[in-house]
Design a binder for this molecule. Sequence first.
Ligand SMILES: [Zn+2]
Length: 394
Amino acid sequence: MKQFLLLLILAGPAFGNNSKTITEISYAGVPGYDAAAGPILEWSSASVENAEPNIKSAVKAMPGLRIRWLGTFGYEISDAQTTILIDPFITRPKPAELLKPIVIDTSAVQHYLLSTVDLNKLAAILVTHSHYDHLEDVPFILAQFPDANNRPIVAGDPNTARIIQSYKHGSGIGWVDRSGGLADSRINILNLNNDNPTVEVGTFGRFTITAFKGQHSRYDYVPWRGPKGPVKDKPPYNYWDYKLYNNLSIGYLVETNGLRIYFSDSPLVLNPELIGQVDILIQTITSRAENNISTCLEELKPNYYIPAHYDNFFKPLDAFSKFDTVIGLDLPENIFDSPGPSLVNYSRYNEFLNEFETQYVPQAVASKKLDRKPKLRVLKLFYYYSLESLILKY
Ligand SMILES: [Zn+2]
């Protein structure tokens, strides 16, 4: 089996004051990041090589509009005034931990996320759906704001709302009770259906958010979309308690200063014609046996395409010392030591890079709806990418 070894260099303070610090991650040997292993897709270097708008990247936040990938489908997009989180998921329980109620890793959320953002600027948390790898850590983030009026607004489906509101005062969970409970959190419950496939979420600082009805993908190896149905009314929750609402996965269009970024946690986008042209399409590429990626390219006409959710999120972030396992390119890996196809290998990342160039783009170009090819780009985990230069082109 081919091994792609990544090294993490641990030195000096970078993230907050915590003793666990990260300053630099070496991506040597990882396809998409390392010249020796194939095409360089990493955004900051590709933008320079191809004389495109200069997308700078850095471990620390930079001024102006910026975005960073938190792993899985987690993103932070922020500018000087406002921060918005999408599906922030830091806990990343190990497979064995999914056999019992899932415990939010509050110290990891604190270390990797909360200590690195200005909570006073956190205006909204957008949740695509209520599976644990998208929703689990949201209640703990909200609990940082004892006064419900200061809490970021959450946008999500009715199951997402119910799970958040179930963290009530008197739960017996220390951080919940200290916060006074989350039942009064401000939640924009998005009831998207065929009659209402899109709805405006709101304007936060210079960001305007619109939600679109989407469908959670079916896993490649089993004809299933994960747990779904009504959710329980109080924690603790097992992973199967984080249930899909009507197979929904909500897509979010984030617009700021003329720049349009679409976040789809599904490789199958419903009604792509409703979304219109975007500058950046960020899309989950896992479980894509059923996908309409080429149609998305035709309809959304992104300048840049950023694949998402391909990392191995069964590994906690502290496994950065073995970063190959975090990003999930050391595959296949057996979960529960079971034989057969690996649940982790669901992303087929290397195949995707090939499919993009040989299938999705050619199909989209053949439709004659595209006048220029989308560029494939990847974001390094936890690096900030400045999007200021993309705004300036307008
Ligand atoms: Zn997911």
